[in-house]
Design a protein around this ligand. Structure first.
Ligand code: FAD
Ligand code: UDP
Length: 413
């Protein structure tokens, strides 16, 4: 067995003593996990705690927590480096799992959209319609009738354009969805799966929350603190600033869990899977509050960014200054969003098949499985993967049924 040379971060791995203990130490790792985001960190924690596995987690970024990474900026305000991350889920089990590593702060996200010179609630609700059209509707029936009178039925709903026009008509589609989507994805809504704009419902009541999930809460001390606890197990070693390619030939491991882009792992053998990127502009402002709610969306194509988020709404932090992030969609840069459309799904299938034929490696997470997943869905997916590993080792009697665990991952759009 080849010895492990792990530079300075894990000197005991390179030891060469003759005792049984040191030969165990030289054994290397049971699992190498690429990516310290939700997918990688949940699996590392489960494998270490649940199966006593020795795990090495590497991430090429200079921090853990993946896209959920948060930190205090120069002004002392807690911000999210990769844009606003709001935790919401309907799955009690996922809350229970994460609650081992954090306390929570209740938070219901609210979003306004700047349309026709006004800021109005999005998802579109009765208040939105009253404000935009100078109406005074008071019942859900009135709002439903109004929307029905505008909707333009589409027979075969396939795209992100179809689903909105079918629900609320072309005018509202153009005001709220067309420009935002064209900016965000660099594609017209007619070129995107219906699942994308279907994330945003339309309401006939006055509920102005962005999400209606049972659980809506933020980790009380931030995401990074939660990840620190998740990874604080003696069997888990973490190496940041480390690309998988730098260490794959240096480290001894039995199994690989890859949470980076699946096409990158296979050296783009079938061509690049398209991802959409963003540039984040973080600003610190010498004022206590910048905007009325956590996020304001800017659907107009005349504005280069899609949204501005102000973190103090999310975190509840009290501070004389405030910090905001502007999101500018970009074709180049870190891969943040898989792009849901049929040709991409086809290409992904080819990689997935290759993955199925590649022993010893499991792909997990938003990039590893090319799925537009929210955080809770990635946690569910990682727990389901863990269950399968656990059952393979201990039989189905161990823990709960894989079927149940898998159902956690099935909330995907
Ligand atoms: P990631 O967090 O992307 O982690 C993958 C990690 O792998 C990265 O840190 C990367 O550096 C590392 N990596 C990749 N390749 C390599 C390599 N070769 N070597 C070493 N390391 C590598 N979800 C919500 O539920 N609510 C929200 O409000 C929300 N808002 C979002 C806002 C934005 C702008 C974005 C982009 C996403 C948002 N999400 C939100 C989604 C959320 O970020 C993801 O669901 C979640 O972070 C995915 O976790 P992951 O572990 O799959 O991937
Ligand atoms: N969307 C839109 N207008 C909005 C908000 C959302 O057109 O004001 C569309 C857009 O295509 C966006 C998608 O709905 O990419 C999903 O929005 P969500 O807020 O869920 O995006 P995320 O937070 O994942 O970036």
């Amino acid at each position: 067995m080849r010895e492990v040379s792990l530079r300075d971060s894990n000197p005991e791995q390179a030891g060469g003593g003759a005792s049984e203990e040191s030969s165990n130490r030289r054994r290397g790792f049971d699992y190498l996990i690429v990516g310290a985001g939700f997918a990688g960190s949940v699996l590392a924690e489960r494998l270490a705690t649940g199966l006593n596995k020795r795990v090495l987690v590497v991430d090429r970024r200079p921090h853990i927590a993946g896209n959920a990474y948060d930190h205090y900026d120069e002004a002392g305000v807690l911000i999210h480096r990769y844009g606003p991350h709001i935790f919401h889920t309907n799955a009690q089990r996922i809350v229970d799992y994460l609650s081992q590593f954090t306390e929570w702060r209740p938070y219901e996200h609210r979003v306004l959209a700047q349309v026709d010179g006004q800021e109005v609630p999005i998802p579109i609700n009765m208040t939105t319609l009253n404000k935009l059209y100078g109406l005074n509707m008071t019942t859900e029936e009135q709002a439903a009738d109004f929307l029905a009178s505008r909707a333009e039925p589409v027979e075969n709903i396939q795209t992100s354009e179809d689903v909105v026009i079918n629900g609320i008509g072309r005018e509202l589609y153009q005001k709220f969805f067309r420009g935002y989507t064209r900016k965000q994805w660099g594609l017209d809504p007619s070129q995107l799966d219906k699942s994308v704009t279907s994330r945003i419902p339309t309401r006939t009541n006055t509920d102005d929350r962005y999400f209606t999930d049972t659980f809506q809460q933020m980790p009380k001390y931030g995401y990074t603190k939660m990840f620190e606890k998740m990874l604080a197990h003696p069997n888990i070693k973490v190496m940041i600033n480390t690309d998988y390619r730098e260490i794959r030939d240096e480290v001894q491991f039995d199994h690989l869990i890859f949470c980076g882009p699946i096409d990158e792992y296979f050296d783009y053998r079938f061509g690049k899977l398209p991802y959409r990127s963003l540039k984040f502009e973080h600003k610190q402002l010498d004022q206590e509050q910048f905007q009325a709610v956590g996020t304001v969306n800017y659907p107009s194509e005349d504005v280069p960014y899609t949204r501005i988020s102000e973190y103090k709404h999310l975190t509840g932090q009290v501070h004389p200054k405030t910090s905001v992030t502007y999101e500018y969609p970009a074709a180049e840069g870190d891969p943040y969003y898989p792009i849901p459309r049929p040709e991409n799904a086809e290409l992904y299938k080819r990689y997935q098949q290759l993955a199925d034929e590649t022993p010893g490696v499991t792909f997990v997470g938003r990039l590893g499985t090319y799925k537009y997943y929210n955080m809770d869905q990635v946690v569910g997916q990682a727990l389901a993967v863990y269950k399968r590993i656990e059952e393979a080792e201990q039989g189905p009697a161990a823990g709960e049924s894989a079927e149940h665990a898998r159902s956690l991952a099935d909330q995907a759009p």
